[in-house]
Design a protein around this ligand. Structure first.
Ligand SMILES: [Zn+2]
Length: 114
């Protein structure tokens, strides 16, 4: 029973380019305590600031790296959740307590971060 099972909790982190977008979103969203980052299978991103109560604190912003606009597919389905490959919340420091994080994550992403 001494088998070492290392439980790797993969914590998703914002990439550099995403961070630039996140900062821009937060600048325009004084109520934002975090930014929801959704990565789509086509490479486009969907982001929106979230307030302390889990309500949106900004409009949903969609963009594509190194492109002037999002891809044709996203234009069509608006980044359908079926095509989401990863989603997480980038918290503004200091991040809220775990309980609140979880409440917001459930509200925003529909899943618990565990
Ligand atoms: Zn796309």
């Amino acid at each position: 029973m001494a088998k070492k099972t290392e439980k790797k909790k993969k914590e998703l982190q914002a990439e550099k380019r995403e961070l630039a977008m996140i900062e821009g979103i937060l600048e325009g969203s004084p109520n934002g305590i975090g930014v929801v980052v959704v990565r789509l299978d086509c490479g486009c991103r969907k982001m929106a600031a979230v307030a302390a109560d889990g309500e949106p604190a900004s409009k949903v912003i969609m963009y594509r790296d190194l492109a002037e606009s999002i891809c044709a597919k996203c234009k069509e389905d608006n980044g359908d959740f079926m095509r989401v490959i990863e989603s997480f919340i980038h918290w503004v420091e200091p991040a809220p307590p775990e309980e609140q994080k979880e409440m917001i994550a459930v509200k925003v992403l529909g899943t618990s971060p565990h």
